[in-house]
Design a protein around this ligand. Structure first.
Ligand code: G3P
Length: 229
């Protein structure tokens, strides 16, 4: 199927291991993302479970990200996620070092390099401005700042910790203005998105606010309609 391109501002929806985001439910969310994209023009990508990647790619036009890859090569690495296989499956990018899948700095560095080799968009998650600075020096495509204590809380990072977004944007752009800065944790409403954008974020990483919403379509539409693009 013809794919929708990734552009910024971006809404990246992480399906994590939520029951509401597995298999058939993932397909429903992909269809919702497609509809909201065509209604608003906002680029919306999904990061499903690895086993659902192909399902989404074959049944929808949404850009698909892996939730994680390993910096391994072809060969004897049973149980690891090979970057080449992820790229060949049709994924457009990958999360790296999500707060729920943290990695040592050397592994992050190697994973960014492997992502570049196979042309996957690298979105590295960090929890502090200091970590954002450290990662920016490794030149990923994007950095997503997410304070772990607000993840899944329904309390938005853009309202509870605005300084972490503006601080990360400022620090990252000084190092490399091409790196995109996203933010996430607790985002559930259009107001949260407006606040994030006002602080300089170029998109959001969101999970429960969409995946576990009573009405995921309305929730995603509210977020997308609030983004200036
Ligand atoms: O990957 C996005 C995530 O960690 C934020 O989760 O549920 O607070 O939107 P949530």
């Amino acid at each position: 199927m013809e794919g929708i391109l990734v552009s910024y501002p971006l809404i990246l929806v992480n399906l994590k291991t939520y029951k509401e985001g597995i298999g058939e439910e993932a397909i429903k969310l992909a269809k919702i993302a497609e509809d909201v994209h065509y209604k608003t023009g906002v680029s919306i990508a999904l990061a499903p479970q690895m086993v659902d990647v192909k399902l989404l790619i074959d049944s929808s036009e949404v850009p698909v990200f892996a939730q994680h890859i390993d910096p391994v090569i072809y060969g004897q690495y049973t149980g690891h996620i090979l970057p080449e296989a992820v790229a060949e499956s049709g994924c457009i990018g990958t999360l790296i070092n999500h707060s729920e899948r943290q990695l040592p700095i050397k592994v992050i560095e190697n994973t960014i390099l492997r992502s570049k080799e196979v042309q996957l968009i690298s979105v590295v998650c960090v929890d502090t401005v200091e970590k954002a600075i450290q990662i920016a020096k490794l030149n990923p495509d994007a950095i997503a700042i997410e304070p772990p204590e607000l993840i899944g809380s329904g309390i938005s990072v853009s309202k509870a910790k605005p300084e972490i977004i503006s601080g990360a944007v400022k620090a990252v752009k000084i190092i490399n203005s091409k790196i995109r800065v996203l933010c996430g944790a607790g985002i559930t409403s259009g107001d949260d998105v407006i606040a994030a954008q006002n602080l300089g974020a170029e998109g959001i990483l969101v999970a429960s606010g969409v995946v576990k919403a009573k009405d995921p379509y309305q929730a995603l539409l509210d977020l997308a309609r609030s983004l200036r693009h």
